[in-house]
Write a protein that binds this ligand. Structure first.
Ligand SMILES: NC(=O)c1ccc[n+]([C@@H]2O[C@H](COP(=O)([O-])OP(=O)(O)OC[C@H]3O[C@@H](n4cnc5c(N)ncnc54)[C@H](O)[C@@H]3O)[C@@H](O)[C@H]2O)c1
Length: 442
């Protein structure tokens, strides 16, 4: 009999979401509808997947909740921050992701989720002009106000534990800088000195969450917790962190498809990915500085799966310097499609004796429909990690993330191959449940 070392998921779990837009309201509505038996949480690993544990005669397939103690969906209590004052019902209606008939049955619960004023800086997302914004003396004050919000929510709702999830807009790119982002003391000094150029609001949310004993998940590509200073804070507070950027549409396909090329030892001359997207996320990403953050995140996936320096014959040709295949990613803001993103991938490969071939992938997806189950899984699994006493970057959650965090100061590489990530995920759950880790894929 396996013995799990995980503290039971007793009591209620507070889920504080930064951003009350398309993704977060789709997530919340789906959970509330599922609770009423009116919807199914399709796409959620924690709700559906069955993991093999044991071998031979002992072999069995168990759901995550049968391996480790997990909260029921009934135990989740939501709160959110946003720049706009709309409550979760108004915001869900405005997002037009879900049909009215899938929102109205939980109207009352959604209306009760009123956004807390946001810790926001217009320079970090210029396309947003909401007024539900905190007045802050400096970045340190901003952080303290968020800490106060978390404490108030805990006290008023009576939840036992809180997880903070960033599902707000992508901020402009903040390049990790050794002077401010590598040591906690330097980051704190920059906050106190109100260095707005190097301390993004998302860093204030992450700092506040960890300091209040809450795990933090970064669902956008912001570098907020992907800096050594924040890893230091996670160590100090013994809190788990995960990021960055939900792996939903095109990058999910990429990380699942690229291994086919690798496994067959085919060559890659170029991979061109383009998208049209019309929601508020698309609007924010239409700003070049915000797109830059997304681009960095989206580009990294392929380079660690098909590595030019490992196989120069296969992956070492294509771009201007002739050292690597061409890899381009484009996002185009196109309002008529709203949340229904369309992605095209054109892949130029070559085979035996260098003969060229092409693959085309056209994914007509729904952005928030793909992201909502990831919100649920990330929230539940990072809470699990905390209850298992794990802290710092949770690499086992890479499966859900486009640009998984890794210690780049030590030359560590992220794992982007979907199948390796899935094995890592299942093994971590097996181990937390007191079972043996396993290499077999099934
Ligand atoms: N849907 C997907 O497939 C997907 C995949 C990967 C990442 N993401 C990321 O998830 C995030 C949310 O996407 P969405 O479609 O819900 O966008 P959205 O624009 O509908 O919602 C984001 C909300 O965040 C709010 N916001 C911005 N800055 C804030 C701040 N500092 N504090 C509080 N609220 C703030 C905005 O007002 C907005 O309402 C985006 O960053 C997006 O890039 C989405």
């Amino acid at each position: 009999m396996a013995t799990s070392n995980v503290t039971p998921a007793n009591g209620r779990l507070g889920v504080m979401v930064v951003g009350l837009g398309a993704v977060s309201t789709t997530f919340m509505t789906g959970v509330l509808m599922t609770r009423k038996g009116l919807a199914k949480p399709i796409g959620s690993m924690t709700q559906y997947d069955k993991i093999r544990v044991g071998r031979g005669a002992e072999k069995k397939y168990l759901k995550v909740g049968q391996i480790v103690s997990m909260p029921a969906l009934d135990d989740l209590v939501f709160a959110a921050w946003d720049v706009y004052g709309d409550n979760a019902f108004e915001s869900a209606m405005h997002a037009e992701v879900l049909k009215e008939k899938d929102i109205l049955p939980v109207k009352d619960e959604l209306e009760a989720i009123k956004p807390i004023p946001a810790a926001f800086d217009h320079d970090y997302a210029r396309r947003l002009d909401g007024t539900n914004v905190k007045k802050c003396a400096d970045r340190w004050d901003m952080t303290n106000q968020i800490r106060e919000d978390i404490r108030r929510f805990k006290a008023e709702s009576g939840v036992d534990r809180v997880v903070v999830l960033w599902a707000a807009s992508t901020e402009i790119y903040v390049e990790p800088n050794e002077k401010y982002h590598y040591h906690l003391a330097d980051l704190e000094a920059a906050m106190k000195a109100d260095r707005k150029d190097v301390v993004a609001p998302s860093m204030c949310y992450a700092y506040a969450a960890l300091s209040e004993g809450c795990p933090f998940v970064m669902g956008a590509p912001n570098t907020a917790v992907d800096i050594p200073a924040m890893w230091e804070l996670a160590e100090k507070t013994k809190m788990p962190i995960a990021g960055k950027d939900f792996k939903t549409g095109q990058t999910l396909v990429k990380s699942g498809f690229a291994p086919i090329i690798g496994v067959r030892n085919l060559g890659l001359a170029g991979w061109f990915s383009t998208n049209i997207l019309g929601n508020r996320d698309g609007l924010v990403l239409d700003e070049p500085a915000n797109f830059r953050t997304k681009e960095v995140s989206k580009l990294s996936t392929l380079e660690t799966i098909l590595k030019p320096d490992w196989q120069p014959d296969l992956y070492g040709h294509g771009n201007d310097e002739d050292t690597q295949y061409f890899h381009k990613v484009r996002i185009n803001y196109y309002p008529p499609r709203n949340d229904n993103k369309e992605g095209w991938d054109n892949i130029d490969i070559f085979g035996w004796m260098g003969y060229p071939m092409q693959i085309k992938i056209n994914f007509l997806c729904r952005d928030s429909i793909l992201a909502a189950p990831l919100c649920l899984d990330l929230v539940l699994l990072i809470d699990l990690a905390r209850r298992a006493g794990r802290y710092g970057t949770q690499r086992f959650l890479s499966c859900f993330l486009k640009s998984p965090m890794h210690d780049y100061t030590q030359g560590e590489e992220p794992v982007n191959n979907l199948y390796q990530q899935y094995t890592m995920l299942k093994n971590a759950i097996r181990e937390m449940g007191g079972y043996e880790a396993d290499e077999e894929i099934d």
